[in-house]
Write a protein that binds this ligand. Structure first.
Ligand code: KG4
Ligand code: ZN
Length: 483
């Protein structure tokens, strides 16, 4: 059985802090001794854990009462710095608890993306390390603040890109080092300025940012989260209470966009998605026929590996040469590429439409009061995706909520905001020590489901190595509230 410290970075256990930053910082908390960190040993690294092995304390009653009140409170008492280094962008933002975005800085690794045609973990880590200090400083400066004005620091601690994770052992932290750049920076600031720290689930942050932009968005709602590494359909019943309706059995849609763009010789500087979206406008989506994935599986899971193969074969059969950039392609060549881009996008999005339609039926059975379906994650900034899903959602009597594109792609605002939502509930870690021991290993969570799987939705097509999963965020929160 794993020790409690193995699951502790997102501390869900502490009494609700004073909401006033100054008071809060003067308060002496008595935290659970090992909760803030762990040093990974060979025994803990193999902790293929189940939620039953969690040892957690309870929320205070007042926190539990607030948990049942889903309306986001719009106080402005505290200010959180959010740091995000989970993929190819280094991002930081300062957000006030009333939802005011005081600053937002994103440094992108566009050149690396173009050079390597995707995210190379080692390169990404180096690039994050080079700019992290500057990005955080700029976020503070733009907010006209110093670290002393902050109430807490929030930072993404998992999960990793699903693509990498299929080949990753549980403890292969070296493939996950780009996360550590952000976590290290967050811990340095929190340690030096005695600030609480909040570990954030990247996909929860993509979902919850919709509550910042849509002030009346209340639980329960459905979220379709579509990015480069993840495809998730969830029912968000309450803060931290998620049911996973569907996930991808192989590649995420963003990965399929990126590869299609690469094979079509498109300019990848803004990543593949926007390049395909642009080019698709010039093409005929019905001129190439691709089949919609997983038609025979009546569930809400996704698969994009097969569509990728169909696209690759079509590109080969039309003798499109990715080494000739689209900017130098002949008129016919450009049109052939545009047709493939349009046909790919149509089918990729049809797959989303079918799954969302079913997810709405499932979710309404569990929570008839649902009014909204939100879409977020990098792919949700795509206008075609938005308009197609808007039709599906409206047809089912719901309303679509899409954060603005700059908050759909990875950013620090979503991390800071999710930190604010959890901080209000008393879920945070105490300030780390000012000096971290040299052998300190950060508690990063490469395989960290957001919620428990919807039992009726389990698919035979999925063969995820469950033993290597970290307990889901929801199971951690539930375990802590039951004690
Ligand atoms: O959420 P995100 O910024 O990072 C991850 O968590 O993965 O998503 C990045 C993904 C990339 O695959 C990128 O190609 C895709 O989002 N993306 C788009 C668009 N903008 C970004 N895909 C389609 N259309 C877009 N306009
Ligand atoms: Zn993301």
């Amino acid at each position: 059985m794993a020790s409690p410290s193995a699951f502790s970075r997102l501390n869900l256990l502490l009494p609700k802090p004073s909401l006033f930053a100054a008071n809060f910082r003067r308060t002496q908390f008595h935290f659970f001794p090992t909760l803030s960190s762990r040093t990974i040993s060979s025994s803990s690294s193999s902790s293929s854990s189940s939620s039953s092995s969690l040892t957690c304390s309870s929320y205070s009653n007042s926190s539990m009462k607030e948990l049942q009140n889903p309306t986001p409170k719009r106080d402005n008492h505290f200010v959180v710095l959010g740091i995000e280094t989970s993929c190819d962008d280094t991002a930081a933002a300062v957000v006030r608890s009333n939802g005011e975005i005081l600053s937002q800085v994103v440094s992108s690794q566009a050149d690396l993306l173009t050079k390597y045609g995707g995210v190379a973990p080692k390169m990404a880590e180096e690039a994050h390390s080079q700019v992290i200090d500057q990005v955080v400083q700029e976020a503070l400066d733009n907010a006209y603040m110093t670290e002393k004005d902050l109430t807490a620091v929030a930072v993404t601690i998992g999960p990793g890109l699903s693509l990498c994770l299929r080949v990753l052992p549980w403890n292969a932290q070296q493939f996950f080092l780009h996360y550590a750049v952000g976590v290290q920076k967050a811990r340095q600031i929190a340690g030096s300025f005695k600030l609480p720290i909040i570990g954030i689930h990247h996909m929860e942050a993509h979902a919850l940012v919709a509550r910042l932009t849509e002030k009346d968005l209340q639980f329960p709602f459905i979220a379709l989260l579509i990015s480069g590494g993840h495809n998730l359909l969830i029912l968000a019943r309450d803060l931290g209470q998620y049911v996973q309706l569907g996930t991808t059995i192989d590649d995420a849609i963003g990965e399929a966009y990126d590869k299609t763009a690469k094979w079509l010789g498109l300019d990848l500087r803004r990543s593949g998605g926007p390049a395909i979206e642009e080019l698709a406008k010039e093409g005929n989506a019905k001129s190439v026929s691709f089949s919609v994935p997983m038609k025979q599986h009546k569930d809400c899971n996704f698969s994009y590996a097969g569509l990728k193969t169909q696209v690759r074969l079509a590109i080969e059969s039309k003798k499109i040469d990715a080494n000739i950039p689209i900017s130098s392609a002949s008129k016919e060549d450009r049109l052939a590429r545009a047709d493939i881009a349009a046909a790919f996008q149509r089918i990729a999005v049809l797959h989303l439409e079918e799954r969302c339609e079913r997810a709405i039926q499932w979710a309404l059975k569990m929570e008839p009061s649902i009014r909204h379906l939100i879409i977020s994650g990098g792919v949700a900034s795509n206008h075609y995706v938005r308009s197609r899903l808007d039709m599906v959602v409206k047809k089912n009597g719901l309303q679509l909520v899409c954060p603005p594109p700059r908050l759909c792609t990875d950013n620090g605002v979503m991390v800071a905001w999710t930190g604010i939502e959890h901080f209000r509930m008393g879920r945070y870690d105490p300030p780390p020590p000012a000096e971290e021991p040299e052998n300190f290993v950060y508690d990063l969570r490469p395989r960290w489901p957001l919620g428990e799987e919807y039992a009726e939705g389990r698919s035979d097509a999925r063969s995820i190595r469950r033993a290597r999963l970290h307990p889901s965020l929801t199971s951690i929160i539930q375990a802590s509230s039951q004690q």
